[in-house]
Design a protein around this ligand. Structure first.
Ligand code: COA
Length: 165
């Protein structure tokens, strides 16, 4: 499947949050507790937070899929050191491994290069074998592995990966 990513519009925020919940429930119960999934979804996909990011030129969101029915999304932000953080990359569980993730990453790369970033960096759960394989396939390499305290007693046990641009 090759769908061209487009920028997320304000009226699609709710649909993206619903897609996020579907992908997270298919991915993370084997890796983190349900309480942590609920905490992180509520924190990261709050409509008010996404709205702020859409209005901030240092952030960018993309989606794939029909209007009002997204099947994949990415969110990236610019760092202070000519770097770009890929904060989210998620594809509908029924449509994975059909090129949507690669297409979304392509849009992130173009945007990051346009903003003079020298690399794209991300964090991925150490046990998320499928995503790790995908990122390695795209050209990311592990540069660090550590536990991040995210508050409320929750941690993220992650690899930090980087891809030069
Ligand atoms: C990780 C993810 C974004 C990749 O997007 P995708 O559209 O499924 O992957 P692509 O079609 O772009 O995959 C390109 C290549 O990556 C590798 N790959 C992707 N997913 C893989 C998996 N689950 N297991 C092994 N290899 C995988 C393959 O080599 C694949 O090429 P191939 O299918 O021709 O062998 C998507 O699978 C996803 O949303 N996973 C669940 C959520 C998640 O973990 N997101 C990342 C959070 S950090």
């Amino acid at each position: 499947m090759t769908e061209t990513p487009r920028r997320l519009a304000h009226d699609e925020i709710e649909a993206v949050a619903q897609l996020a919940r579907r992908v997270w429930q298919a991915t993370y119960p084997a890796l983190i507790t349900q309480a942590q999934i609920d905490f992180m979804l509520a924190d990261r996909y709050a409509a008010s937070r996404i709205r702020q990011q859409l209005d901030d030129p240092r952030h960018a969101w993309w989606i794939t899929g029909m209007a009002g029915a997204p099947n994949g999304f990415a969110h990236a932000l610019l760092g202070d050191h000519h770097d770009c953080k890929l904060d989210k990359l998620y594809v509908d569980p029924g449509l994975q491994r059909q090129g949507l993730g690669r297409a979304l990453l392509g849009a992130v790369r173009v945007w990051a290069q346009h903003h003079h970033a020298r690399c794209v960096r991300l964090q991925v759960n150490r046990g998320n074998v499928g995503a790790l394989k995908a990122y390695e396939h795209y050209g990311f390499r592990i540069i660090e592995s550590r536990v991040f305290d995210i508050g409320q007693g929750f941690v993220m046990d992650d690899h930090v990966m980087e891809m030069p641009l």
